[in-house]
Design a protein around this ligand. Sequence first.
Ligand code: SF4
Ligand code: SF4
Length: 131
Amino acid sequence: MAESDWPYPVSEFECHRCGNCCRGDGFVAVTPEDATRIAAHLELSEAAFEATYARRTEDGALRLVDQGDALRSCVFLQADNTCRVHAVKPTQCRGFPMAWRPPDALEICAGLRAAAGLPFPIRRTISRRTG
Ligand code: SF4
Ligand code: SF4
């Protein structure tokens, strides 16, 4: 989606910590560099990090697991909607919502909604499992 599709300059974005981008449909990809960085931060071997916090897809890609809750919260999402590994979080997380955003970003992201003059979003709902 091009920035020109948005009703305001995306550069005005400020995170409001709703946590919705860390829940719900979709997945968090973990690059080899992400895995090395996060494992070191957690003082784990990469094998232990992978065994505890991630899984491999059939094609060998690494993804974070969720907490097994109804909202499919990321394994690193904390009760106050902060990220346990914020300083070293995956590249995908660092890029949201400036570098990339899903089609429903304006529905779920409190920061994008605030910049657009829209009210705080409802808590993210789950429409499907994606693996
Ligand atoms: S790693 Fe952190 S920022 Fe990324 S989805 Fe999980 S809780 Fe959110
Ligand atoms: S959805 Fe937007 S406002 Fe909410 S935590 Fe994620 S980046 Fe911040």
